[in-house]
Design a protein around this ligand. Sequence first.
Ligand code: SF4
Ligand code: SF4
Length: 114
Amino acid sequence: MSVFGFKINEGRVIDYDKTDKRIFNYLQKNEPSFNLCIFCGSCTSTCSAGNFTDFNIRKLKMNIRRGLTDNIEKETEKCMLCGKCFLICPRGVNNRNIILKVREALTKIESHDI
Ligand code: SF4
Ligand code: SF4
């Protein structure tokens, strides 16, 4: 077998069998427009909170999809719930409600409801 010098960078591997999908699964049930996102980044580029902080709604959703939810609570607190991201989205993704549902999911996770 030929070896071309490529190998997996272990530090960059995301093991989908081990990451936490509870928030992702909660959004599947409670805000299905989450699945319409094509990750174009328009929401991030117009985000009010992004003007004042390092908040990145697109990245946040990508991490939820991947089950990388360690800093999610701190990140969602940065959202001002202004709704601009919903107005700009070409796919009708209700980002504002996604943030609200993520907060709801975090409360349920804390009380072991999901
Ligand atoms: S604007 Fe809409 S489709 Fe584009 S990244 Fe944001 S949520 Fe996804
Ligand atoms: S609702 Fe939140 S994520 Fe959307 S534009 Fe406003 S501050 Fe940004």
